[in-house]
Design a binder for this molecule. Sequence first.
Ligand code: SF4
Length: 250
Amino acid sequence: MCGQCCHDLRLPLSLDEALAWLTRGGTVQLFCEAIPWPDEPPASHLQAQHKRRRSFASNSAALPVRVIATIVATYDGPCPNLGADMRCGIYDARPRVCRIYPAESNPFIELAPASKACPPDAWSQHKPVFSVAGKLVDARIAQVIDESRAVDARDASLKDRLCALLRIDTAALANEGFAIHSPARDDALHALQSLDMHADRAAPESATQWRIVSNQRATVDTLASIGALHAHTSDCPNAAFEYLGFNAAT
Ligand code: SF4
């Protein structure tokens, strides 16, 4: 009820949530990252399997990659659905990530109160217990997290098609940053409406060749040496994407 977690956000949305968000008049961005994927990892490599579920297979010229395209509603200040009384105006239809907060849907990220927007007294001893030894007390939140992971996996192959419809073919190298694409609202809306989101099959793989951009000269050189489509961000001054890098440019 403090409303702090409803301010200054990049709110990850599933495909159906993005469609609803756009229908209400909002806009979305796509945060794209590419993971070099020359070989399939063993089933025992749980983190790689998690990334595999959330991504779709594609290529960057000679380099097989998997691409994670995260749809995000970005806003500075209050969420457009937040009322002056700090109540959510779409409470019954709010995105899963809002239902889960402050828990994490990524199983490899621990809940760290210090990294959350909650006021410090939310974590004091006289407040309701949220989790014990890493296990959530509220079974409903745990259920939404499971649902969120399942939807994320279901959406992954459809995002290949979505990116092709929006002519998005540039990603950052995973763990280095994101290439952020900001399609016009109508274009994003029409592209999402044309996807068969509840089809019980994977969408046909697109022929998109992904270009991998980096602000690190050594990364660009490595990409070039293994035959991937590549570009240094300094060579993309008028690009149709923004680059959000985790490291200072070299
Ligand atoms: S949709 Fe509702 S719960 Fe989610 S950030 Fe916006 S106001 Fe908060």
